[in-house]
Write a protein that binds this ligand. Structure first.
Ligand code: HDE
Length: 659
């Protein structure tokens, strides 16, 4: 152990004092350096997306897009580009819980041969507002209220719904945030979206419009609201832990990158403005073309150095990719550069290894706090006649797409942005009945936390423009009369539902990536545990053993099976499905234990598939669950019981059990 400047340290346990019990000496540079550094460990957290978790990986291109772009990252098939991804919640502070109802950030930094390309997206394809000038208002309204400094990491409060109800443009996003998209099962089960329309520009200078999509190989999955609330208590790091465990286990999560490409003619013919970030282009109208795959296979060595200091910027694009005039994107291009200076404290934040490009770079920017690499040699300007240093290259270098622009200088919102309800309605009608109920339930939950009745009423007045039945359900859930509908700026356009927008209409067909909780008692047959584990492994699921004591259980033949979790530290909300293997005596014992009863009762209430041994079904179930066992309850001691259980679990939830 040494000091910062390398002096060896002999004693790191005691500070330097005058006499055994005397005062400290100022000359103790070892103590002063250690405390000084500690006092300065914190940097400002991100003003939004403060809580995040990152991982390294690669992006491999499978489809050559050179007809559309000159970007090497999108034209060199088979090339593996290093990436760093940071997932985040938006509203909560750094120490908030993972399962807040919130949008998730999905930011990807591609370290390409032509510089860093940052695709700073979300897990929802649209946004609340149309013009970046409203962003500070949106974020102020969503975060804790300024006088009382609560609630943390949630939108269920007056200020948020006050602002939202005054912003009809946010109604499409409201449908998304009240849907299960904002309570994802984990980062691995989320889609990602670039949100804005961007430009691709090919070698001839021809431009197309593009929207970027990330499709998770494991499918999209969410938890139920009651689970989210309980998971936040049982494991506030639920999403972090999931990503960590998957990567440590070599079960590397993958997403396919897709593009929706369209030309100016399509943009003209589309019912909505493609520059309006509150609108999406249904996949049924412009299919998503898969062009490559991202694999996350390495956790950072250090959270602060990498995940905390990574600086994403929408301005980081590469030749062949360009911005559009989306007024939200244009505003972001200012904000992300500016915020990094505040957060990281120096214009040299790109010298930090996680932000530095992996390709060669050369420029004459110099000095500033913490400068790590200044220009070498005599010349620090160009042109120079020393023949030193880099020069620009019109052939290789970035060129903006030469769009023709003109018009009067005005603060306006384009008329083409005026339709606020049609796509909100389309989203709602594209959901299955279960998902529609969840949207209504979420609105009722959130608005029930709003104290000022006029805000509730104003919010509900938007809903008839989206769907009459939804409006009625929410008004009824709030115990109020349905108010008159707000007057839309533009009549609502009836559009075809888009099945691609539903999670439940597009279920995964595998148990891969899922986690099963197996509750065991003493006195069981060890073989049944082995069979369960083997069946789970074959199905691609992970098993965690839960027991009364973490030391494990003893089988009827005296074998010890160690537990991963103690029962009251492992409620069933942490698992996709659960099973109980209990002996006669064990089942009686479980029936008398509150954590065991709620383990089963919650699994039942959360519509999970439940596997039970005979004694568990006979002596434990009736004490834990009010209802009779249904088809979602599988007997494990029948022939191939474990196999049947895994097969059933592929459906993830037994929706027929809904009251
Ligand atoms: Fe951000 N956003 N944002 N945002 N955003 C930030 O930059 C901003 C928006 C998104 O993991 C900040 O480095 C404005 C849309 C992600 O480090 C800040 C507007 C989308 C992350 C900022 C938006 C996003 C951020 C705060 C309205 C989806 C986390 C810290 C015009 C396409 C990146 C930081 C990470 C972070 C500004 C809207 C995604 C202040 C002004 C739309 C994933 O610069």
């Amino acid at each position: 152990m040494t000091t910062q400047v390398g002096m060896p340290i002999a004693d790191d346990q005691n500070s330097l004092k005058l006499g055994d019990r005397g005062p400290h000496l100022l000359e103790d540079q070892i103590f002063r350096e250690k405390l000084f550094h500690f006092d300065h460990e914190r940097i400002p957290e991100r003003v939004v997306h403060a809580r995040g978790y990152g991982a390294h990986g690669t992006f491999e291109l499978t489809d050559d897009l050179s007809d559309l772009t000159r970007a090497k990252v999108l034209t060199e098939v088979g090339e593996k580009t290093e990436v760093f991804v940071r997932f985040s919640t938006v509203a909560g502070n750094k120490g908030s819980a993972d399962l807040a109802r919130d949008v998730r950030g999905f930011a990807v930094k591609f370290y390409t041969k032509e510089g860093n390309w940052d695709l700073v997206g979300n897990n929802i394809p649209v946004f609340f507002i149309q013009d970046a000038i409203k962003f500070p208002d949106l974020v102020h309204a969503a975060k804790q209220e300024p006088d009382r400094a609560f609630p943390q990491a949630q939108t269920a409060h007056d200020n948020f719904w006050d602002f939202i109800s005054l912003m009809p443009e946010s109604m499409h996003m409201v449908m998304w945030i009240m849907s299960d998209r904002t309570i994802p099962r984990s980062f691995r089960f989320m889609e990602g979206f670039g949100v804005h329309t961007f430009r691709l520009v090919n070698a001839e200078g021809k431009a197309s419009f593009v929207k970027f999509h990330w499709k998770p190989r494991l499918g999209v999955q969410s938890v139920l609201w009651d689970e989210a609330v309980k998971i936040n208590g049982a494991d506030p790091d639920f999403h972090r832990r999931d990503l960590w465990e998957a990567i440590q286990a070599g079960d590397y999560p993958q997403w396919d990158l897709g593009v929706q490409v369209f030309d100016d003619d399509f943009a003209e013919s589309f019912d909505f403005d493609v520059l309006d970030a509150t609108k999406l282009i249904p996949e049924e109208q412009v299919p998503v073309r898969i062009v490559g795959t991202m694999t996350l296979d390495r956790m950072p060595d250090n959270f602060f150095a990498e995940t905390e200091q990574v600086a994403f910027q929408t301005g980081n694009i590469v030749p062949g990719i360009d911005h559009s005039n989306d007024p939200l994107l244009q505003g972001r291009n200012f904000s992300y550069l500016d915020t990094q200076l505040k957060r990281l404290g120096s214009p040299n934040f790109n010298h930090i290894p996680i932000n530095a490009p992996r390709c060669p770079f050369a420029h004459f920017q110099q000095d500033g706090h913490m400068a790590m690499h200044n220009p070498r040699g005599r010349a620090n300007y160009e042109p120079n006649s020393h023949g030193l240093g880099p020069r620009e290259n019109p052939e290789r270098g970035f060129r903006s797409y030469e769009a023709e622009e003109g018009g009067a200088k005005r603060r306006v919102r384009s008329e083409s942005f005026a339709d606020h309800y049609s796509q909100a309605r389309q989203f709602y009608l594209s959901q299955t009945p279960v998902e529609q109920d969840h949207i209504a339930d979420a609105l009722v939950f959130e608005l029930s936390k709003v104290e000022i009745v006029a805000i509730r009423e104003r919010m509900v007045s938007h809903l008839p423009n989206i769907d009459a039945e939804l409006a009625e359900k929410v008004a009824d859930g709030l115990g109020m009369d349905l108010p008159d509908a707000a007057t839309p700026a533009r009549p609502v356009v009836e559009t075809e539902p888009s099945p691609a927008l539903s999670i439940l209409a597009n279920p995964p067909e595998t148990l891969k990536g899922r986690k099963l909780g197996l509750l065991l008692t003493d006195g069981i047959d060890g073989k049944s545990v082995d069979e369960f584990r083997a069946a789970a492994q074959e199905a691609g699921a992970m098993v965690e053993i839960i027991a009364e004591k973490v030391g494990g259980i003893t089988t009827n033949r005296g074998r010890t099976i160690a537990a991963d979790q103690k029962l009251d530290g492992a409620p069933s909300v942490l698992y996709d499905a659960v099973a109980v293997l209990a002996s006669d005596e064990g089942a009686e014992k479980l029936a008398g234990m509150h954590p065991a009863r709620s383990f089963l009762a919650d699994a039942h209430a959360h519509l999970k598939f439940i596997g039970l041994s005979g004694p568990a079904l006979k002596a434990f179930w009736p004490k834990a669950v009010v209802a009779e066992p249904d088809e979602g309850v599988i007997a494990l001691d029948e022939a191939d019981g474990a196999g049947n259980f895994m097969e059933a679990c592929k459906a993830l939830r037994f929706w027929d059990r809904r009251p």
